[in-house]
Design a protein around this ligand. Structure first.
Ligand code: G4P
Length: 535
């Protein structure tokens, strides 16, 4: 099997959006178009919402929000496409950031009524950090949205990326008539229809074609003016600008009505990058390197509530992965083989014999994996780029039943390995502070500690503001911290010293009094490198 051919055939991406912009709907429509699912029409009926796509954790079903990140693999136009689903809820943003380390490009969904929202900006910042290529899909054109030109300007200003509309809408809301493909001079007629997959299209001879006015009257004039404005304002689309993360092509459509999806998908497969080289502690590794390597970006527990198994999601970065072959777990310095590696289609798991760069495979895990672990064919390097950020909310963990302390300890350690939360330890482990990005994670932790580990616990709110990792050369550098603020000093799971600060003021003052120490809001455990030094 020619590995280069396999690499060329693959596209690994994520769809990101502010909650409610239409990420789930678009995901389901892409699956529908590709034939991966057969339910035509209202794909977001309750049935599919609960059973298909990625909502398969019990807690998700209860809350109806997509908490977990999972993988949907499908074929389209001869390509193997891996769509990594990301949690919609902002409390699980860190999970989304980690998933973005495992993709080669993203599709960003924007609601045309709301424009660029808070979470859109944050996600785009993460994409910009890695120069991830972005395609923008402006959704819900069937609703009374904002002026498209205004939206394009807002995207450029707030997301700090140049845009390049490849289609342009005629009308919006009740007067929405369809989109004009600027480069192919094809008009797709909009009909609100959740059942229909085919679009009705008509070819024109440019926006000056008299047929356009004949068909659309005054609307044609407005479209012509807008497109002329766009053509004057934006450069000709250059795929390499998109691949470098400098320009985002933009599509308009309505996911719920199956409108604009095919165009998006056809362009996506044409221009989206194939699996890309990645940075490691031993330099850049290319996908066509003959040796297999990959890294774990997500650990998913308890797919089957009857068994407490975990699945580590591994992104294959180079070479060919083979079932039942011994591979090297770099952090543990151990060789492990995987008899049942899985690929995913929502709840359906299929055992696979081999996987290629860009693929995401699920490895059954009895507790060997942490997020960020690297697997190789024997080489001793780690993939870079999976940072840990300071949590936003801190609570102290209390056990309700003292006889369950072993279960609680095991539970909290395993759940934090999954990246659900971080734990900071004091007094040889007798005091544990749990830090998360959002409040919802505490509900998930409480639920899972009880249901999976039998430990009833309680969280007591603490008024910490941020966790700062402390980097120092010798003990004298942190003498004042240890003397005056020992009650604020904790250890993380990697045994790194962390200062839990009540306020920005306390960080500033601690920095002044311990000038030789560095205070960091983010660390990368694999490489011992540090980012985001506290200002
Ligand atoms: P998310 O994953 O980004 O959070 O968004 P999701 O797809 O769940 O969509 C959020 C809401 O927007 C849903 O309505 C969905 O039906 C609606 N929606 C998605 N695409 C379009 C579109 O093109 N036009 C219009 N008008 N609405 C759209 P809901 O009422 O929250 O859910 P449901 O009852 O429809 O399932």
């Amino acid at each position: 099997m020619n590995i280069l051919k396999e690499i060329k055939n693959r596209k690994t991406f994520a769809i990101i959006s502010h909650p409610d912009a239409g990420k789930t709907t678009l995901t389901e429509k892409l699956l529908l178009f590709s034939g991966a699912i057969q339910i035509a029409g209202a794909v977001k009926s309750n049935k599919i919402r609960k059973t298909a796509a990625s909502d398969f954790q019990e807690i998700e079903k209860q809350r109806g929000i997509s908490i977990s990140t999972s993988v949907l693999s499908f074929k389209y136009d001869g390509y193997n496409i891996n769509l990594l689903d990301t949690p919609g809820h902002k409390d699980f943003a860190e999970d989304t950031y980690r998933t973005l380390t495992a993709v080669d490009s993203v599709i960003l969904v924007i609601d045309c009524v709301k424009g660029v929202e808070e979470q859109t900006e944050k996600l785009m910042n993460v994409c910009r950090m890695r120069n991830t290529p972005v395609i923008v899909f402006i959704n819900k054109l069937d609703r009374e949205g904002r002026n498209p030109i205004e939206l394009l300007d807002e995207i450029e200003a707030k997301l700090e990326i140049k845009v390049q509309p490849l289609t342009y809408p005629m009308g919006i809301g009740v007067s929405f008539r369809g989109v004009y493909n600027i480069y192919e001079n094809v008009f797709s007629f909009f009909k609100a229809n959740k059942q229909r997959v085919e679009e009705e299209i008509e070819r024109f001879n440019g926006v000056d074609d008299p047929k356009l006015t004949e068909w659309f009257g005054d609307d044609a004039k407005k479209l012509k003016d807008d497109i002329e404005l766009i053509q004057g304002a934006y450069d000709h689309f250059n795929v390499s600008d998109y691949l470098n993360g400098n320009v985002a092509p933009v599509f308009f459509g309505s996911a719920i009505n199956n409108f604009g999806i095919k165009e998006l998908l056809n362009t996506f497969v044409k221009i989206a990058p194939q699996p890309q080289p990645r940075d490691t502690t031993s330099g850049i590794i290319n996908p066509d390197d003959e040796h297999f390597s990959g890294f774990v970006f997500k650990i998913h527990a308890n797919l089957d509530p009857k068994h407490r198994n975990r699945i580590a999601f591994l992104r294959v970065c180079s070479g060919k992965f083979e079932r039942n072959k011994f591979y090297h777990h770099v952090r543990l310095n151990r060789d492990i083989k995987f008899p049942n590696p899985a690929s995913f289609m929502a709840q359906d798991k299929t055992t696979i014999d081999e996987a290629f760069p860009g693929d995401v495979i699920g490895l059954y895990d009895a507790g060997n994996f942490k997020i960020g672990d690297t697997i190789t064919e024997g080489e001793d390097f780690m993939y870079k780029g999976i940072p840990t950020f300071s949590p936003e909310i801190f609570k102290e963990l209390h056990l309700e039943d003292p006889f369950k302390s072993k279960q609680l300890n095991k539970g909290i350690m395993q759940l934090t390995d999954e990246g659900l939360a971080q734990v900071f330890i004091q007094n040889n482990g007798s005091r544990k502070v749990v830090g998360t990005v959002g409040d919802l994670q505490f509900d998930v932790l409480e639920y899972r500690l009880l249901n999976e580990y039998g430990a009833q616990c309680r969280f007591r709110p603490l008024n910490y503001y941020k966790a700062c990792w402390i980097v120092y050369e010798n003990e004298d550098d942190i003498a004042e911290l240890k003397r005056i603020r020992s009650h604020n000093l904790f250890f993380d799971k990697h045994n790194k010293l962390v200062f839990l600060a009540e306020s920005q003021y306390s960080i500033t003052s601690a920095k002044e009094k311990n000038p030789k120490a560095k205070f960091l809001f983010s660390v990368e455990h694999n490489t011992q490198t540090h980012e985001l030094e506290v200002g």
